[in-house]
Design a protein around this ligand. Structure first.
Ligand SMILES: Cc1cc2nc3c(=O)[nH]c(=O)nc-3n(C[C@H](O)[C@H](O)[C@H](O)COP(=O)(O)O)c2cc1C
Length: 141
């Protein structure tokens, strides 16, 4: 089975609330684990950045479901490639909110991988998104 990684971003609807995030987390963890999908979902500046790793077919099925979700829009694929190994293995889907962490440490990582001080994966390269998520993932462990 081909191991693949998908990186995409999207914009949250204006009325997205904490209950929505909790629901996304619960559903992701329930659905992803049995099909071998792992990853991380980051939410900040009303933008989602998600990395999904697992069997190619399952990533595609999961992504096709996700893009139909009315809680977000402007879904944009940043990268989709075959990988030799996973980088995000800890959770079936870890959901992290930028706002939950110290401003200084988060801002430092944002600035490190962006041309501007706000979190905006629509303007970041795939490598910058991946590095951001790895570093942010370490911070939130
Ligand atoms: C930004 C975002 C990320 C999501 N990530 C996942 C995911 O990784 N896995 C998943 O099964 N559902 C995810 N969802 C939820 C799906 O869109 C959908 O609501 C869910 O898969 C339906 O699950 P159910 O058929 O068990 O009710 C995500 C939704 C959003 C808005």
């Amino acid at each position: 089975m081909n191991l693949s990684r998908l990186i995409y971003c999207s914009r949250a609807v204006a009325d997205l609330d904490y209950e929505d995030l909790k629901d996304i987390m619960t559903k992701s963890q329930k659905n992803n684990q049995p099909v071998g999908v792992t990853g991380i979902l980051c939410f900040g500046n009303t933008i989602f950045l998600q990395i999904l790793e697992g069997p190619r077919q399952e990533i595609s099925k999961t992504y096709n479901r996700i893009i139909q979700d009315t809680r977000h829009f402007d879904t944009e694929i940043i990268d989709f490639q075959e990988i030799e190994e996973r980088l995000f293995t800890d959770w079936s889907m870890r959901v992290v909110q930028l706002g939950d962490f110290s401003r200084d440490s988060v801002n430092h990582i944002i600035l490190k991988y962006s041309s501007q001080p706000e979190f905006n994966p629509f303007k970041m390269t795939s490598k910058q998104c991946l590095n951001f998520m790895m570093e942010f993932g370490q911070l939130t462990k």
